[in-house]
Design a protein around this ligand. Structure first.
Ligand SMILES: Cc1ncc(C[n+]2csc(CCOP(=O)(O)OP(=O)(O)O)c2C)c(N)n1
Ligand SMILES: [Mg+2]
Length: 572
């Protein structure tokens, strides 16, 4: 604002709204389409992180949304900036994360001519974002930004995309700021909770599955208290393990891809399943095979903040439209039955989890990722943040790392590769005092590995552990299962990732034996710089339990069996 003048540019009004709504961090790649916003950054108290590619910037904003429950904010330029950023928007969509992507747009006077890098963002993001819009009048910035925050945070959270015509941002206007916005909790009715109590009293084998977003530390603590009072087993869905303390006596385990078979059996055998906060997507529903659709085939209580998610796939016996925090608080009023019939089953479920996650298996190769996880879980403090993208390497995290606290896991439930490094940068930006460790496969790392430069630029001593098996391992695994021996487009020739770290100004080391990992990790932490530890893995070690060769042999056996009658039609 100029002296004696109560007008501000659109860019200034916009940034003032963000600050009012509690934004302290913004992630961006600059563009000439929103210079007025960059100018407003200049003298406002906002931590701006300038990134190397918009996909990384958008993932950082998404990670802030995951960690704080409030929209992470990202600014990108039009056309190619926006399409690059779509990688993060999609994660926010599938992971139900509040996020706002601001996109520079061509001037209003040249719209619809397909001007330089012009796109129609309502159309481009129409089915990906929760809301996509454009601000045409500068005096409506406070209104539309306020709505963007409410839309991103309320009900089932998600991404909002707001396009900003260049000339709208430079226009001066005298306009009142909006009031700060707060997410709106949705409280379950007393009748809902009484019906839940009745179902619990009648149950023989109840089980609670928690996941999704809109959780908080108090909500997690309230669910833990409920679990204790009812002695009910609680499992967490895919990449939401941080919602429940792994060492709590009621923790039954991680129910993601390839869960502990005994946990799978328990969930299948449960007569009352309480799904809290989660949609139970394809991964946790074991490819939609766990429950009948639409009739689940057992008593299902489904609690979700988005009314539209209730009955969307599974017809619940009892549907409760509530946010996890409100629902968890309301659980305090539910009374356990006089006699709890499943005490032993819960103890057995936890014992099974502990046994499953305790001792690393021994796959081939000199570096055992399971032993690396066991070392980290024994040495990192409970508030350390663990980040990952997508790839088989993540199976070891889910199985052997033990999350103890809310807000310590940043993994895309959408299965997007390339998420780990930007997520780690965002976490360290937010919480400089907490250790942040990123796991990335060799494929995964190079999707957004350039954001390591961002970590160096902002002095963020994250530790990135690159699990290098020389291939897009997950796809190779599927390939061997479906087309054994026909390796195609899944092999990688990799750079020296430790040298990569050093060229960027970070610390780098190569680990070729499990026994060398602890010292390498400690040296990485001691360096005080962003670090990469390059782990050389045996490609045969495709999962903690099975080798690539065994998958191939099994598939070849199956194919031989399937084809024998065709090749020898008269065979007995
Ligand atoms: C952005 C994106 N592209 C492609 C895929 C498909 N995909 C899933 S896992 C995977 C391979 C991951 O390779 P790497 O990071 O080396 O991990 P590994 O499986 O070898 O442990 C691929 C290509 C994906 N999930 N996300
Ligand atoms: Mg790999």
């Amino acid at each position: 604002m100029r002296e004696g003048d109560d007008t501000r540019t659109g860019g200034e009004v916009l940034i003032d709204q963000l600050m009012i709504h509690g934004v302290r961090h913004a992630f961006c790649v600059p563009g000439e389409s929103y210079l007025a916003v960059l100018d407003a950054f200049h003298d406002r108290d906002l931590d701006v992180t300038v990134c190397r590619q918009e996909g990384g910037a958008a993932m950082m904003a998404e990670a802030v949304g995951k960690l704080t429950g409030r929209p992470g904010v990202c600014f990108v330029t039009r056309g190619p900036g926006a399409t690059n950023a779509s990688a993060g928007v999609h994660i926010a969509r599938q992971d139900s994360t509040p996020m706002i992507l601001f996109v520079g747009q061509v001037g209003r006077d040249m719209r619809e001519r397909e001007a330089f890098q012009e796109l129609d963002y309502r159309a481009v993001f129409g089915s990906m974002a929760k809301w996509a819009t454009e601000i045409s009048e500068v005096d409506r910035i406070p209104e539309i930004v306020s709505r963007a925050f409410y839309t991103a945070m309320n009900g089932r959270p998600g991404p909002v995309v707001v396009a900003l015509p260049e000339d709208m941002l430079t226009e001066r206007v005298a306009v009142d700021d909006a009031q700060p916005c707060e997410p709106i909790e949705i409280w379950p009715g007393l009748a809902d909770m009484m019906r839940l109590q009745k179902l619990l009293w009648a149950a023989e084998r109840p089980l609670m599955l928690i996941g999704g977003s809109r959780w908080s530390q108090p909500a997690c603590a309230a669910v833990a208290r409920f679990a204790e009072r009812f002695c009910i087993p609680v499992a967490t869905t895919f990449r939401r393990a941080h919602l429940f303390d792994a060492l709590h006596p009621c923790y039954a385990g991680d129910f993601g891809i390839g869960p502990n078979p005994s946990l799978l059996a328990r969930v299948q055998a449960a007569d009352l399943l309480i799904l809290a906060g989660t949609r139970l997507g394809e991964m946790s529903s074991q490819g939609y095979s766990l429950l009948g659709i639409p009739n689940p085939g057992k008593t299902l209580v489904h609690i979700h903040a988005g009314a539209e998610e209730l009955g969307r796939v599974y017809r619940p016996h009892l549907g409760i439209n509530a946010t996890p925090t409100a629902f968890a608080a309301a659980l305090e009023g539910v009374e356990p039955p006089r006699e709890i019939r499943w005490r032993e089953a819960t103890a057995a479920a936890h014992a099974d989890y502990v046994a499953w996650s305790e001792a690393p298996t021994e796959p081939p190769g000199a570096v055992n990722l399971g032993a690396v996880m066991a070392f980290l879980r024994d040495h990192l403090p409970a508030d350390a943040v663990i980040c990952n993208g997508a790839g088989n390497y993540a199976i070891w995290i889910h199985r052997f790392y033990r999350f103890r606290r809310f807000g310590t896991q940043l993994g895309p439930t959408s299965g997007s590769m390339g998420y780990g490094v930007p997520a780690a940068v965002a976490a360290k930006r937010l919480y400089p005092e907490r250790p942040v460790v990123c796991f990335a496969g060799d494929g995964c790392f190079l999707m957004n590995g350039q954001e390591f430069a961002t970590a160096v630029q902002y002095d963020l001593p994250i530790v990135v552990i690159v699990a290098d098996n020389g291939m897009y391992g997950t796809i190779r695994m599927h390939q061997e299962r479906e087309y054994p021996g026909r390796v195609s487009a899944t092999m990688l020739r990799n750079p020296d990732f430790a040298a990569y770290a050093r060229t960027f100004g970070g610390h780098g080391a190569t680990v070729e034996r499990t026994a060398d990992f602890p010292a390498a990790f400690e040296a990485a932490q001691q360096s005080g710089r962003p670090a990469i530890l390059h782990l050389k893995l045996d490609p045969e070690a495709i999962t903690p339990a099975v080798t690539l060769g065994a998958i191939r042999a099994k598939a070849l056996g199956r194919i031989q069996q399937e084809w024998t009658p065709v090749l020898r039609p008269n065979a007995p």
